[in-house]
Design a protein around this ligand. Sequence first.
Ligand code: RP5
Length: 166
Amino acid sequence: MPNTKKVAVIMGSDSDLPVLKNTINTLKGFGIEVETHIMSAHRTPAQACEFSSKARENGFGVIIAAAGKAAHLAGVLAAHTTLPVIGIPIKASTLDGLDALLSTVQMPKGIPVATVAIDGADNAAILAVQILAVSDEGLVKQLSEMKEKMTAEVVAKDQKLQEELN
Ligand code: RP5
């Protein structure tokens, strides 16, 4: 059955957008419908909770949440939904994103957040596609093609290296 679910891309601030553009573009490359919002766990907590509480009935399959510093956005969204939530810790402070990584990944038992690398915009999108692909063979095909392309690129780079060195 083809995927009809949307992916929500939520960021804590417009300053996160440069990183999130990769997430949005990668999702769109797979033909996924994306809805993007700025919502903050701290500055607009009511809006964030309202969005997450209604996300499933509003047709979303996955929520991606990106935030920097004391990054509570992904956790707060996860607290209000049964949808899978993917967290992207953003490098936005003098601590180089380690603050956001720990805030996002160290969730208490019962409220998981699937946390990708600091600024891991592409992997967040690919993981969301893999979740939706559980019930969509078209997405499975696209993911397989992406992996085959990556493999071919690395093999070509290795061949070039051998030619240069030998
Ligand atoms: C976080 O604080 C945001 O997600 C952003 O990464 C960081 C800085 O936000 P601004 O001060 O640039 O709005 O909540």
